[in-house]
Design a protein around this ligand. Sequence first.
Ligand code: NAP
Length: 293
Amino acid sequence: MAKHLLGREVAAALEADVSRRCAALREQGTEPKLVLVRCGEREDDIAYEKSILRQAARSSVETEVRQLPEDSSPEEMKKLLRELSGDEKLHGCLIFRPLPEGLGPDRREICNALAPEKDVDGCTAASAAAVYTGEGAGFPPCTAQACLEMLDFYGVDCRGKRAAVIGRSLVVGKPLAMLLTARDATVTLCHSRTEDLGDICRQADIIICAAGKPGLVTGEMVRPGQTVLDVSMNYLPELKNADGSLGGFVGDAVFREVEKTVEAISPVPGGLGRVTSAVLMKHVVAAAERSLE
Ligand code: NAP
């Protein structure tokens, strides 16, 4: 039976490190601060906002929420981001994405109004370039970085290993493929048009599921010795919980099948979600430290 890679263990280690670094910053007169920018009232955004605020409290990072109405114009959004970029008391900024469709087809470009050194969730083009080149300001998206933190915490060395990353989004799969490549893994980046996903998974030493498709990775697609990280959070209203209630989250891997074969697997829930918000705080503290350099 596979070892379970638990988000709370990884997050606790990150929180301890962040708290220590926050204390050192405070001694130098700097209060690490994160601002959350939310446009509109999407339920998902509000739930994520609450969990970030709880995480910030645990990590003793100051926070502020700036909210804009859903019908804001791109100019209003950019003006706010420029204002926050110039505020020396703020070290990190997270923009809830995707931005409302009303902001137009170029809405991703709006994020580029944020200074890359405050882009703690890797949403600007400059941050993407930094992930690609390994140089420059900005940070990788927190979820992609959370996967590396989990591998590091549990001592999974990527060097020379084959990694299959399933999903090629800008927030998870693509940056993660770059980060793993920088760690000397040999990466296969899979997507909805990939043929023979089962073969690719079986050949891999590390499988990272980020497709948002429950049931995608089955017991037949894995072999002994592998590490599986399941990033996906798929809500299933029909899922039966132990207490008889309905509704819950699952990943892309069929957990009960896959855990019988592989060496280690992160559960959903209880895996990477908690690590992602802990990484966000780590990035805020790193941004605050860099601001003193
Ligand atoms: P996304 O933008 O919808 O991207 C999904 C990716 O999966 C796409 O590249 C898609 O391929 C690929 N895909 C879809 N069906 C596939 C299939 N049958 N086989 C192989 N690849 C397939 O999703 P996302 O924003 O990256 O999120 C992915 C999952 O991660 C979601 O469940 C989300 O909830 C979760 N997530 C978790 C966290 C966290 O903190 N734990 C953070 C962010 C996201 P194409 O490009 O060909 O369409």
